[in-house]
Design a protein around this ligand. Sequence first.
Ligand SMILES: Cc1cc2nc3c(=O)[nH]c(=O)nc-3n(C[C@H](O)[C@H](O)[C@H](O)COP(=O)(O)O)c2cc1C
Length: 401
Amino acid sequence: MSVSGKKILIAVSGGIAGYKIHFLIRDFVKKGAEVQVIMTPDAENFVTKLSLSTLSKKPVYSDFYSDNGTWNSHVEMALWADVMIVTPCTANTLSKMVHGMCDNLVIATYMSAKCPVFIAPAMDLDMYAHPSTKKNLELAESFGHIIIPAENGELASGLIGQGRMAEPATIFNTVEHYLSSDIQSRSLEGKTVLITAGPTYEAIDPVRFIGNHSSGKMGFSLAEEASKRGAKVILISGPSFQIINDPNIELYKVTSAKEMLAKVFEFYESVDIGIASAAVADYAPKEVAKEKIKKNDENLTIELVKNPDILKTMGEKKTHQFLVGFALETQNEEENAKGKLEKKNLDMIVLNSLRDEGAGFKNDTNKIKIFTKTEKKEFNLKSKDEVAKDILNFVEAQLLK
Ligand SMILES: Cc1cc2nc3c(=O)[nH]c(=O)nc-3n(C[C@H](O)[C@H](O)[C@H](O)COP(=O)(O)O)c2cc1C
């Protein structure tokens, strides 16, 4: 029974579906889980602390401060939890969560949590369909949280549509399934993984640069997946709009290839696995103009010089690290990828081809082939989060050999 002995932190916000939480608590307690309930001040209008604490067998908190002059530690509760479930999650609480509006105990606890976070939204149908709710749910998902979508049916307002909080049994089953699935396996516990991501920008003058279309998404997905598996993750990213909300991931932002190289070698010695998914510019302007270059002449020639080859240097300096490179090719894909594997002293290379629709830069999906010196494996087009799982599964299988 996978929830037995697990520490479940249930955060209740002020929605009419709060009455269903009693059943959810009862299910977890019955299956041997420890349940701690916290609530927003507004949720007290919908459910009583007495009923929730009776079922959870623990005091229920809604305020930072206790009457006796002590405080209720959001940090302690957050670190205690194996999973946090925000349910029902109002439009208001969802918005505060994704924008860091930390003005109550629930949000402060959420922002201190390192565990997986489940969100079961509940709203009237127009609130649920509102673009801000949709955007906020997408943001929450991008943080790696698991959304348990609202269901269709009759709403408290009398309207019929999507917005009803998922049934307690659905929430319970989702969490139970998660806890028993291999997503939870801490297979990289004790390992340090260094990942490079995104493009590099090579300055031409104070306002212009040479760059590329890399979004950084693949590297960020790899970082999140490695962290879920218990690794300590060092993520070194060139300019990118990706965001991360995982305290196990140390994010270092750099701009140019030279900066990325320097940052990589601050850590390289101590890492177990290096994954170079960044699209590093091969060349940089020989000289960076101090002032903005004016539009005077008909032609402008910029002399480019070779950038340091970060991956090759990682290969040369490899002692114990398992080193993974990426190849984005437009022609002779396999040949080029295998050549890179050899030349750069890699243990594994991930090939994506710009010829495959939905693969490579910018897309949220990718279609990859993995090569080692002796193996080749082909994968279907998948989301980059799923691709990250395939890559790390492959790495782990190699480490066991
Ligand atoms: C009777 C009633 C029912 C409500 N139900 C919901 C709901 O299901 N979902 C929601 O997002 N807001 C609902 N609200 C509005 C929230 O209670 C309100 O936005 C509040 O500020 C939420 O605070 P909290 O997120 O801090 O708990 C309801 C309000 C009332 C008066």
